[in-house]
Every structure is written in structure tokens, then in C-alpha cells.
Ligand binder design. Structure first.
Ligand code: FES
Length: 286
């Protein structure tokens, strides 16, 4: 995630963040700032790891698609917090997890955290996915874009929905923890560009999309923009509603800096507050 194009007034921004944190918004939407204790840092491969973090207080309710803004300490070039989808929540253990890909100094620094270290999070931020009208849904995740789909699969399964998941990546090492979806899904499909796992080809070429009729009442997707646009086009072609979780540039996470604006058919919206989840029918140019 890169920095916003324009510099922000940090003092004003911090004041605004403090105002939001202290405002009288409903408790279910209230934002929190806590120092989490690192329980474990699981290295999945050279490029990916999962941080499990214990909250010092009872975790608030967290909805699929919401994210956390993480302060990266000991990283002189990482001035602003970094946004990460909340990957999983364990209410019994009072922990949440973040699935992270190493893409720059900030994420490399976070990858060095050890059990017992502390990490400051502002969370839970953003909106969540809609419930589908029907019973069957498809979840699609490309690479680290799979991050919001685990909580979503659990939530939809708990609501009695029939969930299929399609996980794609360049190669086997980009298919992240596919076994975690098994308890909550009917079918789990995998595709890799190089054919090292699952079907060979890009995610939108999966044989699933070759079927004349798909009975899904919603397709949910997260991943690189071109992938999400291609999934949205396929969904529209088959008359299926589609929601995507956008991964735009973010800095404040509170609607203050306007660096995460997305153009919708109802005007410009902030990805951090009015998103990151959008129905693709509402996105301009999709
Ligand atoms: Fe600042 Fe969205 S990240 S307005």
C-alpha cells in the first residue's frame, strides 16, 4: 500500500481521528484503538504470513469485510498506518488475525514481529458485505485478496447459506490456507496461472464459469482490480449480483484525507468509510 499523493496535516488528522474515536456513534459501529499482543506470527511462505493478535479488552463485534489500520513501529519510512482486512476472529481466545503479504518496508517490518510483541490497531473500520437474497453464493479471492473471505464464509455458513469458494493465484504458494474453508463450504475450487495447483489458467477462466447456468444469488470477490472487474463482468453476464472489496490507497481510514475516493454512480465515495465493500452495479466504469 503506497502513501497518498498529497501530504496530510498530521496534527489535524490525529485530532479528527480522536474525535471519531470519542464520538457518540452506536457501539456496534464504534471504532477502537488498542495495543494487541502478538500471539503468533505464522510464516505461510516467503511472501505471506498471518499475525494472530490478542486484544487487551473484549473484542467488539467485527463484521466480514471490515479492516484494521495498523501502526508500523520501527519503520522510519512507514509514516502512516497500513490497512489490512480482518482475516479471522476467535471470540473464545479474544484474538483476531491479519493475513499479510510482504510488499514493502512496512509489511516486511511487521513480518519480523514475534510472540509477545505489541501492535497498535484502529479497528474495526469500513462496512460489510450484504446478505444474499437466495441460498447459494460464490466467494472468489485472488492471492492475498482472499483475506476477507474466511470470515465471510463463516458468517454466511452460520446463516444457513450454501457457500462455494474459488481461490486463485499465480502459483501454489499464492493459494493461502485453502483447508480453512472446508468446514464452511460445499465446494472449494483452486486455480493457478501456472497450473501448480488446481486448474491451470487465470481465475476467470475456471471451468465453473463455463457452465451455462450458475445458481448463485451473489458473487463476492476480492483481489487485484483487473480480476475483480473480470469477475464482475462475468457476474453481470449471468445476471448475478456481485460485491467486491476494494483495495484502494488508504491513509487515515476515517474519511478525513480523501485519498481513497472511488467513483460511483451516486458520486464519489470514500473506500475507507463507505466501503471497502461495494456492489459492482454501483461502481462507475465497472
Ligand atoms: Fe483517508 Fe479514506 S483513507 S479518506
Amino acid at each position: 500500500m503506497s502513501l497518498p499523493p498529497n501530504p496530510v496535516n498530521r496534527k489535524k488528522l490525529l485530532n479528527r481521528i480522536a474525535n471519531v474515536l470519542e464520538s457518540g456513534i452506536p457501539s456496534s459501529m464504534k471504532k477502537h484503538m488498542h495495543d494487541f499482543r502478538v500471539v503468533r506470527n505464522d510464516r505461510l511462505s516467503e511472501h505471506y504470513y498471518v499475525l494472530e493478535l490478542e486484544c487487551p479488552q473484549h473484542l467488539p463485534e467485527i463484521f466480514p469485510g471490515q479492516f484494521a489500520e495498523v501502526r508500523v513501529d520501527h519503520s522510519p519510512l512507514t509514516y502512516l498506518r497500513r490497512p489490512f482486512s480482518i482475516y479471522d476472529v476467535d471470540i473464545q481466545a479474544n484474538t483476531l488475525s491479519l493475513l499479510i503479504k510482504k510488499v514493502g518496508e512496512g509489511t516486511v517490518t511487521l513480518g519480523r514481529l514475534k510472540a509477545g510483541d505489541f501492535l497498535n490497531l484502529v479497528y474495526p473500520l469500513g462496512n460489510t458485505f450484504s446478505d444474499p437474497d437466495g441460498d447459494e453464493v460464490l466467494l472468489v479471492g485472488g492471492g492475498v485478496g482472499i483475506a476477507p473471505m474466511l470470515l465471510l464464509a463463516k458468517s454466511l455458513y452460520a446463516k444457513g447459506k450454501i457457500v462455494d469458494v474459488l481461490i486463485g493465484g499465480r502459483s501454489r504458494s499464492d493459494i493461502l490456507e485453502p483447508h480453512l474453508y472446508e468446514p464452511f463450504t460445499r465446494n472449494s475450487y483452486i486455480t493457478t496461472d501456472d497450473g501448480s495447483a488446481g486448474e491451470k489458467g487465470i481465475i476467470t477462466q475456471h471451468s465453473l464459469f463455463g457452465k451455462d447456468v450458475l445458481n448463485y444469488s451473489m458473487i463476492y470477490a476480492c483481489g487485484p482490480d483487473p480480476m475483480m472487474k473480470a469477475i464482475a463482468a462475468l457476474a453481470h453476464l449471468k445476471g448475478i449480483p456481485c460485491e467486491v472489496s476494494l483495495e484502494n490507497l488508504m491513509a487515515c481510514g476515517f474519511g478525513a484525507c480523501l485519498c481513497c475516493i472511488v467513483e460511483t454512480k451516486e458520486g464519489n465515495k470514500t473506500t475507507c468509510v463507505e466501503g471497502p465493500v461495494f456492489n459492482t452495479r454501483n461502481l462507475a466504469g465497472w
